[in-house]
Design a protein around this ligand. Sequence first.
Ligand code: HEC
Ligand code: HEC
Ligand code: HEC
Length: 423
Amino acid sequence: MKHAQTTAAVLRYALTALGAALLCACGGNAASAASDPAATTPTAQTTPSGGDQLVRGRYLAHAADCAACHTAENGAPFAGGVALASPFGTLYGTNITPDKEHGIGKWTADDFYKALHDGIGPDGPLYPAMPYTSYRQLTRADTDAIYAYLMSVKPAAVANHPNDLRFPYNMRFGVRFWNMIFLKDSLPDASQGKSEEWLRGRYLVNALGHCAECHTARGSLGQLDGSSPLAGGALGRINAPDITPAGLAARGWTADDLQAFLATGIARQGSAFGEMYPVIHLSTQYMTPDDVHDMAVYLLGDQAPSPQPLPAPADNAQLETGHKLYIATCAGCHGMTGEGKPHVAVAMLGNSTARQKDPHNLLVAILDGIEAQDFPGNESMQHMPGFAKILSDDEIAQLANYLRAQNGQPADVTATAVHALKQ
Ligand code: HEC
Ligand code: HEC
Ligand code: HEC
């Protein structure tokens, strides 16, 4: 289920973009498209040294999270069939096993490179739900390694599920116009650096990890907003937070915490949930400690800003109702003072979700709850119930205000804001 959630959000953006591009093309604006001539200079060394091409290819396929969209739950690896639901219809991740009839068995390494680098398949342009906007920055050596690895997996004779998109989103050619305008050779950096770690981290984050596809906001035509890279993006239900150096430091993140989070899904600041969970589960947990380290260096920059300490706990009569509600409904799992309980639930004091300026994710987590999740290293977190039907809008607002005040944010959540997020 988590797969579907992840991809649905990515897809919604891609299709919004496509719809916009079609309108744009019909309006004749495509002629003004300016393409970015800047050549990418990714660091060549992207995987642990010493591995042969297949081992490298397998590692890279993990780092790029191909399975998220190409391996269906209970399906053969890379045989496709992952349904990507969207308001515009449904797309299906395709069969990328070496099956000659249904998969990519007849593809050459050049064909494969063209799909990842240009978003062009045998039937014309691919929908940008396939994140070639990011993969475009992959080196030829790396796409060749991924190709070699995919050619070595078991062919699966599974037919592709036809896409079921409504007009005008079913007009594949429209993507060409979008590509003309928005497909760039590199993505802007959110941090600054020039160390080897930073350069390698940039390649891992921007090209392979395609982190920007969720963490960068979209412009009016669905394109990644180049002026605010990694500064946060709205997704289906849980938003992708600001992961720029300033945003991370404001919520207390250090490079060590980020490494722990990407490697295990759990850090002092909380655990991965929503669409971040599959990223850890299917991708970053498989990466080497060096690579995870370099990603953290890239996210924070060579000169990492100091993590901001938590302000003194707020003690205010107005927060008393929220405090009581917390003790009655949350403390059993999250601890009396929000200190968390190992193997049960994460801390609320210093929790990065509660420390966000925008209360959106905090409110959605309280309203919807979070299903039980397994984490690397035999760690697991139990199910957190949703409180939408248990607490009133006003109670949830008071509770959220108590948690926000504890975490240095203004107690400004209203019952109306809570109500608006109910589904
Ligand atoms: C976020 C979801 C997503 C991720 C991640 C993703 N893909 Fe895709 N991919 C898709 C979708 C959706 C399509 C079909 C697009 C269409 O119908 O135009 C596709 C199409 C393709 C195709 C064209 C296949 C064909 O038969 O036309 C290839 C090749 C491919 N992907 C390879 C990869 C590889 C390799 C990776 C990892 C490096 C990857 N994809 C990661 C969603 C994804
Ligand atoms: C039955 C135990 C339980 C109860 C009761 C509970 N939670 Fe949770 N909560 C969890 C677990 C476990 C997680 C982590 C889930 C995961 O990531 O898999 C979590 C996560 C969260 C998160 C997301 C933060 C993060 O970093 O993962 C927030 C916010 C949150 N809880 C708030 C609350 C509030 C407010 C209450 C009281 C209304 C509450 N919880 C009651 C178990 C509980
Ligand atoms: C499919 C969408 C998606 C992709 C791709 C994605 N993220 Fe996330 N990310 C999220 C969402 C949603 C959250 C908020 C939930 C949470 O904190 O776990 C999040 C949270 C995070 C956080 C925690 C921030 C905080 O303060 O709580 C970090 C760090 C992070 N992502 C880093 C990354 C990196 C690095 C990559 C690329 C390897 C990445 N993300 C790729 C959706 C995504």
